[in-house]
Design a protein around this ligand. Structure first.
Ligand SMILES: Cc1cc2nc3c(=O)[nH]c(=O)nc-3n(C[C@H](O)[C@H](O)[C@H](O)COP(=O)(O)OP(=O)(O)OC[C@H]3O[C@@H](n4cnc5c(N)ncnc54)[C@H](O)[C@@H]3O)c2cc1C
Length: 461
């Protein structure tokens, strides 16, 4: 028997590990482990946790519809795997790789647990569109690409010649196993999580909000975008008052649709360049997470002690007095969504104008974004804080008022999320209010000084 553990791959087709399982012709035990560490601080009630649970419920339904068995368990992953190895005749443990610090630590423990029990472990790479390990080997470089444009050129070429197609096996072609009752009992979900999953499973896809909704079908979300909005994506993506982008991230990040399925659907559309470039940014951040030894530790390499968190709470609670910032934070807090341009504007405002260390904002987004992804979120925050590969230069600080005037001249977005300002004319609605917590001009000058110094404080220690 093979033990297959689901991760950020909450779908029932195009899982490279399943090609291997079918080729071995063995029965497989499929589990999804809800890890208390990742759910701490009531994460299941925040947008990022809710998205994961909505997709977990959808996955259960997909297995059920295919007449197969998925077991959703609760516990520290190495302990759960150890319990499963003790109660089932497992010969091999199989999962898809992940590269964040927590995932790496967790997988080291899983390997040790399996190997101590004499069980083989095989991990498959599937997160990125391009096989980044092979890509780097094939580039002939000893150092990784540090700038996006040359990376993108090579990446596009690589994709044309060495694309790894989506895998063909569907869950209905596997022979999934029942769980031993002792394991079901030992790793049962806490009642609150079990009730939340059951409520989601009982709901209609896309109806109602919160933890009791069922995640929508990502293939339909993608199909709708490609048919209706791809054509105007390049011009429209920064017009944040309109829904001009795909909104696919919350589905891609939990693996409810594979990035290869996304790419293959895109190939039928001639106007794909601008959107494909965004998928390349996704691969570029995954590439950095794997090849930049400091990606997850920049805050320890630079001296951030000249910064402070005195305005952090006002930023979180949409009380800064800068209308576009407060509108964007209100949308985030209410829905779990914020358009990309406003993520950049709010993040630069927090790190530069308010001089708050970037990990504060990064952690806040971790809970609030329904499409939260450790690597992409960190990549976005590093870029805004002028740290990491190919980040924004320290003297480039987006002015929130100008950004709002440029990308939404009528102030539609501010009117939608801050109805108390809706009466203001187009010309004045973007301007800072009397109680604004900082002056944009002086705080910008100060930030340039502070970051100039900060970027000289690198230490390898
Ligand atoms: C401070 C900050 C934090 C961010 N945190 C996250 C996060 O936690 N999770 C997340 O998925 N994205 C994050 N992003 C990147 C980006 O904002 C989102 O991927 C994008 O807004 C998702 O919307 P969409 O699916 O409609 O994207 P589209 O514009 O339709 O793009 C298609 C896909 O390309 C990828 N993509 C698009 N823009 C970017 C980008 N700038 N960087 C990397 N990949 C991109 C995503 O996978 C996206 O789904 C962050 C950006 C910033 C500046």
């Amino acid at each position: 028997m093979i033990l297959f553990v689901h991760r950020k791959d909450l779908r029932v087709d195009d899982l490279p590990a399943w090609d291997a399982i079918r080729a071995r012709g063995k029965q497989s035990l499929h589990v999804l482990i809800l890890d208390p560490f990742l759910l701490k601080r009531e994460r299941h009630l925040e947008h990022s946790g809710i998205n994961f649970l909505q997709h977990a419920a959808r996955l259960q339904k997909l297995y059920q519809a295919a007449g197969q068995r998925l077991h959703v368990l609760y516990g520290e992953p190495a302990a759960v795997v150890s319990g499963l190895l003790a109660s089932h005749p497992v010969e091999e443990l199989v999962f898809h790789e992940d590269f964040t610090p927590y995932a790496t630590h967790r997988d080291r423990q899983l390997r040790a647990t399996a190997e101590a029990a004499g069980v083989a472990v095989t991990a498959y790479d599937e997160q990125s569109l391009v096989d980044l390990r092979e890509f780097q080997r094939g580039s002939g470089r000893s150092e990784p690409y540090k700038v996006f444009t040359p990376f993108y050129r090579k990446w596009s070429d690589y994709l044309l010649h060495f694309y790894r197609p989506a895998s063909a096996v569907h869950v209905r072609e596997l022979a999934t196993a029942e769980l031993h009752p002792s394991a079901a009992e030992a790793f049962a979900l806490p009642p609150e999580l079990a009730a939340s999953l059951a409520a989601s499973r009982g709901a209609e896809a896309g109806h109602a909000g919160g933890s009791t909704a069922l995640a929508p079908d990502p293939h339909r979300v993608l199909g709708g975008f490609l048919a209706e909005r791809l054509r105007s994506y390049a011009d429209g993506r920064d017009r944040f008052a309109h829904e001009a982008t795909s909104r696919l991230s919350r589905h891609v990040n939990v693996g409810a649709i594979s990035v290869r399925a996304v790419y293959e659907a895109l190939l039928a559309h001639p106007q794909r360049e601008a959107w494909l470039r965004q998928l390349a940014w996704r691969d570029f951040y995954i590439y950095q997470a794997r090849l930049d030894a400091h990606f997850f530790t920049y805050e320890k390499r630079y001296d951030l002690s000249t910064l402070d968190n005195r305005h952090f709470q006002a930023w979180c609670e949409a009380r800064t007095g800068i209308p576009i910032i407060d509108a964007a934070m209100t949308e985030l807090n209410t829905t779990g969504w914020m358009p990309n341009r406003l993520r950049m504007v709010t993040a630069m405002f927090l790190t530069k104008n308010l001089l708050c260390p970037f990990p504060y904002g990064e952690q806040y987004f971790r809970y609030k974004l329904s499409d939260y992804d450790n690597t992409l979120n960190r990549g976005g925050w590093l870029w805004c804080a002028s740290l990491g590969f190919d980040a924004a230069p320290y003297f480039r600080i987006m002015n929130p008022v100008t950004q709002s005037e440029t990308h939404d001249p009528e102030g539609t977005y501010i009117r939608r999320w801050l109805p108390e300002l809706a009466h203001l004319p187009d010309k004045t609605i973007h301007r800072p209010q009397l109680h604004a917590i900082v002056d944009l001009k002086t705080s910008r000058t100060q930030a340039i000084d502070v970051y100039r110094g900060l970027l000289h404080s690198w230490t390898d220690a």
